[in-house]
Design a protein around this ligand. Structure first.
Ligand code: ATP
Length: 305
């Protein structure tokens, strides 16, 4: 069916494990990470510009942190749409609307979610039927987290995070998300991680995937999962934004099974025993005043749909 408008929900990710290896010669770090997509989603609508002669890509951004997101060709969502058109050798353009719920520069791969969402949405809009393997290659060209954002679910990421392997996971996990004022730049957090390691404050491990974490996911057991959550970037994020330590302590005092900084931060995520516990924890955490605002979410969820 031909349609001149497609809307997708693009989920955020959290890292259940984020192990950072030594810095490589290309400046990136080798990672071993376990990605997990949760139902905190940006809503993306793409409209075809076919009837507007000579129209370029257009973009408008509303919602959470919209004022920090560029509304021009530097937006990852526009880059994704342009790359898809270029790959197929077509001159089509689109107008993209993003209603954000994923915090900007929050360590939840919001820009990557938008790029992955636009790849899926424009592929449908322009009826290109691009094979998933090709979409994955385009995604990897756009950014390290984007191949995972395309798939969703739970997956191991190696290399810069772009090489994915499946994980067997059962059940559903319930999360409370603490959103902070301001963001953290991912490159600055990695640089701080390197600085702390050079000072020997933080040991540098050769990364490998955590077997207890994989077992917790296979069993769908939140108590086991809580004991296996790790993030090598957490000391660096807390060093740059010390109040994150207080946020995590408060969530744990309020009964979270575990709490960690999400990716490069500053968003913090807490694992709850079940959905009811997540709602109670969210209310108490919001009342504690340690963070700007609070959301609940569950995972895993599929990629943009
Ligand atoms: P990372 O994927 O590196 O962990 P993050 O989740 O911390 O990133 P994002 O929300 O993806 O952070 O934003 C990182 C930067 O990318 C922001 O400074 C923002 O201005 C820019 N950006 C470009 N396009 C987008 C987009 N569609 N949504 C959000 N940010 C975008």
């Amino acid at each position: 069916m031909n349609s001149d408008l497609v809307t997708v929900q693009a989920p955020a990710k959290i890292n259940l494990q984020l192990s950072v290896g030594p810095v490589r010669t290309d400046g990136f770090h080798d990672l071993v990470t376990v990605f997990h997509a949760i139902d905190l989603c940006d809503t993306i609508t793409v409209r075809d510009n076919e009837n507007i002669s000579g129209a370029e890509f257009g973009i408008t951004v509303t919602g959470e942190g919209a004022r920090f997101v560029p509304e021009d060709a530097s937006n990852l969502a526009v880059k994704a749409a342009a790359l898809l058109a270029q790959h197929h050798g077509i001159t089509r353009t689109a107008t993209i609307e993003i209603d954000k719920r994923i915090p900007v520069a929050g360590g939840m791969a919001g820009g990557s979610a938008d790029a992955a969402g636009v790849l899926i949405a424009c592929d449908r809009l322009w009826e290109l039927h691009t094979p998933m393997t090709v979409l994955e290659q385009l995604a990897a060209q756009l950014g390290s987290d984007i191949p995972f954002s395309l798939h969703g679910g739970t997956a191991i990421g190696t290399g810069r995070g772009e090489v994915l392997s499946p994980v067997i996971a059962t059940g559903e996990f319930h999360w409370v998300i603490a959103l902070m004022d301001g963001g953290l730049s991912t490159p600055k957090v990695y640089a701080e991680c390197d600085r702390l390691r050079a000072e020997n404050v933080q040991a540098e491990n050769q990364p490998s995937v955590s077997e207890p974490l994989l077992m917790a996911l296979r069993q769908g057991d939140p108590e086991l999962l809580a004991r296996s959550l790790t993030n090598d970037l957490q000391p660096a994020a807390i060093s740059l934004m010390p109040k994150l330590g207080r946020v995590i302590d408060t969530g744990l005092e309020l009964g979270a099974l575990a709490g960690i900084v999400s990716g490069s931060g500053p968003t913090c995520v807490f694992l709850a025993k079940d959905k009811d516990a997540s709602i109670g924890l969210a209310a108490e955490l919001a009342g504690s005043g340690v963070c700007r605002t609070v959301r609940t979410a569950s995972g895993p969820v599929q990629g943009p749909r």
